[in-house]
Design a protein. Sequence first.
Length: 595
Amino acid sequence: MECRFPRFTERYVSIVFLLSYVLNPAFSVTHYAVPEEMKEGSVVANVAADLGLDVNSLAERNVRLDVVANKKYLEINRETGDLYIAEKIDREYLCLSKSSCFLKIDVIIDNPLRIFNIDLEILDINDNAPRFRRERTELDVSESASPGERFSLNNAVDTDVGSNTVRTYQLSESEHFTIEVQTGRDGSKFVDLILKKDLDREERALHNLTLTAVDGGVPARSGTASIIVRVLDVNDNAPRFEQDAYTVNITENSPIGSFVIKLHAVDLDEGTNSQIKYSFSLYTSEKTQKMFDLNSENGEIRIKEMINYEEFIIYEMDIEAKDQGHKPLSGQCKLTIFVVDVNDNHPELSIKSFQTPIKEDVAVNTVIAVVSVSDKDSGENGIVDLNISKLLPFELKKSSENYYELVISEPLDREKVPEYEIIFIVTDRGIPPLSDNETITLELLDINDNAPLFSKSFYTIPVLENNAPGSLLSSLSAFDPDLHENQYLVYFIIEKEIVNTSMSMLFSINPENGDLYALKTFDYEREKEFLFHIEARDSGVPPLSSNVTVHIIIMDQNDNTPVIVSPWRSTFYFYSCCHGTCLFFRFLTNYVNQV
């Protein structure tokens, strides 16, 4: 088998002839240099030529190589004398961590016995990339670390030697970190990670870097390691609410425990530095803290006591969120709670002034009462309307805000309506509306505005002659609708003389009840009738009066015997009553005496 040494290996092969003649059969050392990893069958050199051996006798003389380390890396072609690669040689396997690597090979030839020493130098090729002992390095760096601070990194190793080993390091692009490469006494390269810019965990909590080790081979080979920088938190962020100020509406009388709002603050730190407790600040009044409950863990606010709009309309509170760091930081927000009114208060009315009783002749538009109205609710719930019955002779006029005047709208007449019951109804405009009412009684005082009134304007009273003196003729009573002294009547006979005789000598009337009496006995043959007036006068100031005409008719009785007088003219009287009306007739008759 014939193998040829590839041309790309020739520059790596050098042959040194060291010939010495000594008694020992091994009389020479031959030096070869070959690169590692040559392909099997590659020719290293022609040892027959180099050792001055006859190629034709190699087989006959049993040329052979001594086995090295139980592995036969090389072989001699007995036909050509070529020394060739029988098995790939790995320099790093044979000579790990050595800068130079040699294989000691003995060429043994029989008949006569001769031993040739061959030093085969295994030259390094860049067949190994740098490799980090740990492919992943994790660093914990406080965000408070100062620029310039160093952090040692694991260096890379390269089993190659010389220029093929690690030459430098490169770091992936980073605005916060850089590296510095240092060279050890043995030429090895070490690298430090250097902080070049302040860290902010809240901006970036994890930095993923890639460290690359590059060797000096041609072409260069490299290896990488991942560097994970965890930025450790410091309490450099105060909690912040989503808003600086919050506004919320709640309805009065909401049940205790009703949800109001859930406040939420965020702390960009982590761990205890981001654990938040909520509380009322010192600027929140005790009254507000009494009315509302704040959950310190989740910021939830609920109603703790009954809310009354009429007591408080607005509640303001300052809420503090504090983290649990070693040196805690806090943030604040303001919460304003507006209480929404519900129609839970009845309107109220109050009679501020009221005149009663009043005279019945009070003038129209006279103010007799002032009424105030109010409602503790607000908005439509607090707007009230005041009304009275439209059938009454009164009217409500608004005098000022929430004040009304009750005025006379029509003339009053006590004799028709002696008193009025006035019901004030106040109603708000809420939904549903609420109302209240109050009743007052207005009494009318009588004035003497009615004169006494007789049942008739003309009385005809028949009286039989020969009546007993003092007999009752009739009762002439009058009526006065006024009250008290205004209706207390006194009766009088209006004087009228009849033939030098006073009417009061003939008749008398009871001044208190109007009973009419005859004071004397009447004789039809002498007095046939009387006509006079009776007056009824009240006791008012000034007094009012009225009178009535009284016609007294003397009725004839058969109290005279007949007398004949010839000739004579007689007068015939006839008195007739019908349906309560009496008429008096007189007839003149001429008689002629006859025997």
